[in-house]
Write a protein that binds this ligand. Structure first.
Ligand code: SF4
Length: 285
C-alpha cells in the first residue's frame, strides 16, 4: 500500500497510538489530551487535530523589519524534511480515529500537502465520510488538485510575497546552496492561475477559503494589491487576511502592530497566531 510521508510528529497532538493504547509521553502542548487549537485564520481557537505532511516546493526565507532573518516556521517539513515518518493511509486513519474524541476539525498541513495529492485524496475521503470531520487544508497556493479539493471544507491559502524569496544574501546567512526549491522559489511562489482555480472552485461548490498573506514589511500591502488582488476575480474581500511574520513571540512583536495598521487601513482581516501565544515556538502544538 502506498505510504504518505509525514513530517516530524505526523498526526498531532495525540495521546493514543494506532491500536488505541495510551502513549506514555505527554504531547508537546503539555496537555494530557489529544488535539490543540487552530491558531490561525477564520477558525482560530477551534479545537483541532493536525496531520503534517512532509515536503514543500518552496523555501521561504524572510527579512523582518529590524533586518533579522526568519525562515519557514516548519523547517522540518520543508528545509529538513529528510527525517520523515512514512505511514500508510490505514495507519494514519487509525491514529486520527483513536484521538479525535470530541474534536470535529482536522487540519491537513505541511510543508505543502498538495504535493502528495494522489495518496492524500483517498485518506481525505475516508476522514470525511467515515468520521464526518470538517477538513481544512493549509497550502501555499501553488498547486491545485481536485481529487483532494473535493473533500475539503476550508482552503487556507497562504500565497508568498517577494519578501519570502531566498536571496543569495539570505542563503549565505544559512549556509545553503541554490539547489532544488531554493533555486526556483522566486519563480514558483506566485501562481495566479492556481489561486484563481481555488477561488472558482469554492464559488462553484460553496466551499470556504481564506487568502492569508504573511506580512513582514510596510511595503507589502502594495504587492498584495498589485501583484495578487488586481489579478484575481470574484474574491470576497472578507476572505483576505494579513498574518504578521514571525515564528516566535519576539519576532511577532516586531511585525504585529504594523500589520494590524495595514489590515485596518485596507479593510482586511488581521490573523493572529494564537498557538505561538499559547505554546511558544515549537513543533507538535
Ligand atoms: S510554503 Fe510554507 S512550508 Fe513551504 S517553505 Fe514556505 S512557509 Fe515553509
Amino acid at each position: 500500500m502506498s505510504k504518505i510521508v509525514l513530517a516530524n510528529e505526523g498526526v498531532f497532538p495525540i495521546t493514543k497510538d494506532q491500536n488505541g493504547n495510551q502513549i506514555k509521553t505527554t504531547p508537546a502542548t503539555g496537555m494530557h489530551t489529544s488535539g490543540t487549537i487552530q491558531g490561525e485564520g477564520k477558525l482560530a481557537g477551534v479545537p483541532s487535530l493536525f496531520i503534517r505532511l512532509a515536503g514543500c516546493n518552496l523555501r521561504c526565507m524572510w527579512s523582518l523589519p529590524n533586518g533579522a532573518l526568519c525562515r519557514c516556521d516548519t523547517p522540518y517539513a520543508s528545509f529538513e524534511a529528510e527525517q520523515d515518518l512514512q505511514l500508510n493511509p490505514e495507519e494514519i486513519f487509525a491514529l486520527v480515529r483513536n484521538n479525535i474524541s470530541n474534536l470535529n476539525h482536522l487540519v491537513l498541513t505541511g510543508g505543502e500537502p498538495m504535493l502528495q495529492h494522489r495518496h492524500l485524496a483517498p485518506l481525505a475521503h475516508r476522514l470525511k465520510e467515515e468520521l464526518k470531520l470538517h477538513l481544512s487544508i493549509e497550502t501555499n497556493g501553488t498547486l491545485f488538485f481536485e481529487d483532494v479539493a473535493q473533500h475539503i471544507d476550508l482552503f487556507s491559502i497562504s500565497p508568498k510575497l517577494s519578501n519570502s524569496n531566498p536571496s543569495d544574501k539570505k542563503r549565505a546567512a544559512y549556509n545553503l546552496q541554490p539547489s532544488g526549491p531554493l533555486s526556483y522559489h522566486a519563480e514558483k511562489r506566485r501562481n495566479i492561475e492556481v489561486l484563481q482555480k481555488f477561488i472558482d472552485f469554492c464559488n462553484a461548490t460553496g466551499k470556504e477559503l481564506q487568502l492569508k498573506f504573511v506580512v513582514g514589511q510596510p511595503s507589502d500591502y502594495k504587492e498584495i494589491k498589485e501583484d495578487f488582488l488586481a489579478n484575481l476575480h470574484n474574491l470576497n474581500p472578507a476572505d483576505i487576511m494579513l498574518m504578521p511574520l514571525g515564528a516566535t513571540r519576539e519576532e511577532l512583536k516586531t511585525t504585529s502592530n504594523m500589520v494590524a495598521e495595514m489590515a485596518i487601513s485596507n479593510g482586511w482581516r488581521f490573523a493572529p497566531r494564537l498557538h505561538i501565544d499559547l505554546f511558544g515556538s515549537k513543533a507538535g502544538v
